[in-house]
Every structure is written in structure tokens, then in C-alpha cells.
Design a protein around this ligand. Structure first.
Ligand code: CA2
Length: 149
């Protein structure tokens, strides 16, 4: 059985550490990927860490995860608030899903308060910066282990 977690990152997250550190922190996406690799190793998981600025590419990666990955951690970035296509892909994938946001979306613009993907996520983590990614891996490990019992 697969023990690989697909960690998906949506549009503009490749710019982390370059702009708006007051909102998103000073770490780059590469820094977050490194921390996730260390955490995954501690949890005896592997990760496939990806970023795309293209909705269709994210949809294809979610579809390909079905039957191959053990779970999905996703920061869909702005597509969180707009994408029925991501909702549909995630609802078909039959894997545990944790939604992540670096910032506290509820303390920001009202259009960030609605997520299309939360209804199909097992859990949502927001406002804890890059630590949220590590908590998402912890949560997925628990869900995967408990469903294997
Ligand atoms: O807080 C989060 O993680 C978000 O998913 C980030 C998205 C935003 O649209 C969501 O509402 C909340 C934006 C990602 C853009 O990333 C940037 C990184 C550096 C500079 C500018 C944007």
C-alpha cells in the first residue's frame, strides 16, 4: 500500500518569501518542502510536493493520485475560493484530504471566508504559517493508520 502524500500548492505560492512576508512569512516554498520532507521521514511517509499556477494541472494531479497516493494535503491558494473543478476532482479521489492555508483566511477579506474545497476535506488548518503543512502530515498519518486497522 502507498505511503506517499501528495502535497499540492496552488497559484502564486511559488512567490513565497519574495513578496508579502508580513502575511505569508519569510520562508520560501522550497523551505516548506524541505521541512515537509523531514517531517514525512519522521512519520515513515514519503511526499510528492508540487506547485502549479494552472487549475487544470492541479485537477490532473488530483485525478492521478487516485489509487496511487495515501492522501492529499492541499493549499489551493486563490482557487480555494473559486474552483468547482478542484472540488469535483477532490470529491472523486477517494483519499483523505487536509486543506491548508498559511494565513488565517477568516481574519482577511470576506471573499476568503468561503472555501469550495472544505466540504470534501477531512480537516482544515489555517493561520499557523508553514507549521500547518507539518500538522497536515501528522493528521493524514493518523487517518491513514486508523483506516488500516
Ligand atoms: O493563506 C494561504 O495559504 C492562502 O491559501 C494563500 C493564497 C490566498 O489567495 C488564500 O486566500 C490564502 C495566496 C497565495 C499567494 O501567495 C503569495 C506569496 C507571496 C507573495 C504574494 C502571494
Amino acid at each position: 500500500m502507498s505511503s506517499t502524500i501528495l502535497v499540492l500548492n496552488g497559484p502564486n505560492l511559488n512567490m513565497l518569501g519574495v513578496r508579502q512576508p508580513e502575511i505569508y512569512g519569510s520562508e520560501t516554498l522550497a523551505d516548506i518542502e524541505s521541512a515537509c520532507r523531514v517531517k514525512a521521514g519522521e512519520l515513515d511517509l514519503a511526499i510528492d510536493f508540487r506547485q502549479s499556477n494552472h487549475e487544470g494541472e492541479l485537477v490532473s494531479w488530483i485525478q492521478e493520485a487516485r489509487g496511487k497516493m495515501a492522501g492529499i494535503a492541499i493549499n489551493a491558494a486563490a482557487y480555494t475560493h473559486t474552483s468547482v473543478a478542484l472540488l469535483d476532482a477532490l470529491s472523486l479521489v477517494e483519499l483523505p484530504i487536509i486543506e491548508i492555508h498559511l494565513s488565517n483566511v477568516y481574519a482577511r477579506d470576506s471573499f476568503r471566508h468561503h472555501s469550495y474545497i472544505s466540504p470534501v476535506a477531512n480537516g482544515v488548518i489555517c493561520g499557523l504559517g508553514s507549521h500547518g503543512y507539518l500538522l497536515a502530515l501528522d493528521a493524514l498519518k493518523r487517518i491513514i493508520d486508523s483506516s488500516a486497522e
